[in-house]
Design a protein around this ligand. Structure first.
Ligand code: GCW
Length: 663
């Protein structure tokens, strides 16, 4: 695929396999995929691959064991061992063999050195999914991809599936499989008119995409509108308890399965930001989700589909004067009373924080509060609020904090094992996939963390750097360390020069890029900072505020309740404090703001220097693209610094202790 960045699968990554002798045992479509991969590598590098078991010796054996049926691990597990000069991967299912193969690719030459005892690898989360917010037809405001920063859609253009890009979709599927992703929703959760039809008369286009994703172990899901029976079926209601409506969904779903036998299921944004939902009929969200869940299991054998029901339900038309309504509370208030009421194949998909993918939010209190419901956590790889893929912002550390958060000593991971981890995709038809080449690391890290949620994100970053840049001959240990440093600190750097101490938003309304401190302050969206001449922040305590802190189990309810125990980085999320309030760091709130905003810009300047020093070690086109983005990042970071500092200086009248320039 000329002109498309190879990302973490450059040709050179296949040399260790392509120069050797490989035996593949077993049959099935995914085994064929593995065979195709090895054969291609051998053509390039001179090795050979056999499928029939003719006498060896072999350096690598990839073997499907058992009868290939699900042995409780979804067929995704594999074993890896090395002894007697031979590397062996076994799996009981095609997906496991594919993941085992990519494990060997990741190890490179190390897979063929020394000995290694038999080790069993399996994903901790069964569902590792990307949601594309791609529109089929260009939306007048949101464009082809809602919150997309990587060009057009990989799947859709000019109102149709992009047949000419199906080769590109295959390359995408391969990248996803190589980091462990096994499910993709191909259209936006805001389902407009053209997109609604994908469910019915346009399902063939979805089937074409599914056909390309399938050989890489990826199931296809579809976002649907709750009003489909009315919009598409001509019914007078979409009431989830109405017999006609239930029949319509059952029939429609059976036709979906005729077209796509391994269809993954529906994603639904209901009663959220203007999308239709069960509230219109006085029904609960469990009623709505269960109706679709029933349609997805309607056949005798069960289709094996899941409904992903989003918990992003809040009042987006609130009155800014009303201090009792708190958007952060909404998901918990709506859904906790429904715990235990959702069908087995319904998954409640919860954003990782209570608001909306800000650079810093507490972990959603829903996580851990619904033990009888399957939950999936939704992350945002597309950088809507984290620099829109013009800024470097590697989100691995933030996601890892979410996955390591413990409630009563219990990690959310056990819960997610039943529901899964989902990310909003950051990919488009851009030659570098993600607009900013370094944003590829977010996609890769998401897949790897979904496979192993307690993995060290720094280790994943190094793995990504080695795979993506390592085959470039001049990329030695020093450039790798430089790049690691740039990326590892980039989320905290971004946090420093944008909205401070967890207060959030302060972005330009609508497109959400760049600062506007009061942009949302008097709006209906529920995203306020309440800055006045004395202080700033939202009081979400139980004693004097909205009571949001009380939605947490111990110890968090107590930790967040008081400014004295609340972590600095979340202080303004939970409390309204004076500018002179002393943080745990020993600084006042206002001085912290000034310092971090100056530091943030300095860190971007330092990043630019390190990147410039890598010019000879990185492919020139990739280097140029990152350089161009860094220039914009620096401009934007200065704008953030100056607007935030000037705003709070003017409000508070407190000068910077170091006398730096504030406007
Ligand atoms: O973050 C907000 C975005 C919307 C998005 C919504 C959601 C798809 O600004 O563009 O809509 O969240 O998650 O549904």
């Amino acid at each position: 695929m000329q002109g498309v960045d190879a990302a973490w699968l450059p040709d050179g990554a296949f040399r260790p396999i392509g120069t050797r002798r490989t035996l593949i045992r077993g049959s099935g479509p995914l085994v064929d995929t593995v065979h195709g991969e090895v054969a291609q590598a051998c053509v390039r590098f001179g090795g050979n691959v056999s499928r029939d078991g003719s006498p060896g010796p072999y350096d690598l054996v990839l073997e499907l064991t058992g009868d290939g049926r699900d042995s409780g691990d979804g067929g995704e597990a594999f074993t890896f061992e090395r002894g007697d000069g031979r590397t062996t991967v076994t799996a009981s299912g095609g997906p496991g063999l594919l993941y085992g193969f990519f494990h060997v690719v990741r190890l490179g030459d190390a897979a063929f050195r020394g000995t290694c005892e038999r080790a069993y690898h399996r994903p901790e989360l069964a569902l590792r999914m990307l949601d594309h917010w791609d529109n089929v037809a260009v939306h007048p405001v949101m464009g082809q991809v809602e919150r997309g920063y990587a060009g057009g859609s990989l799947f859709w253009a000019d109102g149709r599936a992009r047949a000419e890009l199906l080769g590109r979709v295959r390359a995408y599927a391969r990248l996803l499989a190589a980091c462990g992703i096994n499910a993709v929703a191909v259209n936006n959760v805001n389902v407009h008119e053209a997109e609604a039809r994908l469910l019915t008369d346009r399902i063939g286009e979805v089937a074409d995409i599914a056909g390309v994703l399938r050989p890489y172990g990826i199931r296809t899901h579809l976002s649907v509108t709750f009003a489909a029976p009315m919009v598409l079926g001509g019914l007078s209601t979409a009431d989830p308890l109405d017999e006609g409506v239930r029949e319509w969904w059952a029939e429609t779903t059976s036709r979906v399965y005729e077209a796509i036998p391994d269809f993954g299921g529906y994603v639904v944004k209901a009663d959220s930001e203007g999308q239709p939902g069960p509230f219109a009929y006085g029904r609960s969200h469990a009623d709505g989700a269960n109706m679709l869940a029933a349609a997805l299991t309607a056949s005798d054998s069960g289709y094996g589909g899941t409904v992903h029901w989003r918990a992003f339900v809040y009042d987006h038309r609130q009155d800014w004067r009303d201090r009792t309504t708190d958007r952060a509370r909404a998901a918990y208030d709506h859904f906790v009373p429904l715990d235990g009421k959702f069908a087995d194949n319904a998954v409640l998909q919860v954003k990782h924080g209570p608001m909306d993918f800000q650079v810093r939010e507490p972990v959603s209190p829903l996580i851990g509060a619904m033990p009888r419901t399957r939950l999936a956590v939704e992350l945002q790889a597309t950088q809507e609020y984290t620099g829109q893929q013009r800024h470097v912002c590697w989100l691995g550390p933030m996601w890892s904090e979410v996955l390591r958060f413990r409630v009563d000593g219990v990690s959310p991971v056990g819960e997610l094992a039943r529901g899964g981890l989902v990310a909003v995709s950051n990919v488009g038809d851009d030659p570098f996939w993600t607009g900013h080449p370094l944003a590829q690391a977010n996609l890769y890290t998401f897949g790897r963390l979904a496979w192993q949620p307690d993995a060290d994100p720094g280790g994943i970053l190094d793995e990504w750097i080695r795979l993506t840049f390592g085959v470039f001959e001049a990329f030695g240990a020093e450039p790798a360390a430089g790049l690691h440093a740039i990326m590892d600190g980039s989320w905290r750097t971004y946090e420093k020069y944008t909205a401070p101490l967890g207060v959030g938003f302060m972005v330009q309304p609508g497109h959400h890029y760049g600062p506007s401190v009061d942009g949302y302050e008097y709006s209906p969206w529920g995203t306020y900072h309440f800055a006045d001449r004395d202080g700033v922040g939202v009081d979400r305590s139980c004693t004097t505020g909205t009571g949001y802190a009380g939605q947490y189990a111990k110890p968090w309810a107590e930790v967040y309740e008081s400014p004295g125990t609340c972590p600095d980085e979340l202080l303004l999320f939970f409390h309204h404090v004076s500018y002179g309030h002393i943080l745990h760091s020993g600084k006042t709130v206002i001085q912290h703001m000034y310092d971090t905003h100056f530091e943030g810009v300095e860190e971007v300047e330092a990043t630019m220097e390190v990147w410039a020093s890598l010019a000879d070690s990185v492919d020139p086109a990739r280097h140029a693209r990152v350089t161009e983005r860094l220039e914009e990042q620096l401009r934007s970071a200065r704008e953030w610094r100056d607007q935030i500092n000037s705003y709070f200086f003017r409000k508070s009248g407190v000068p910077d202790a170091h006398g730096r320039r504030i406007h």
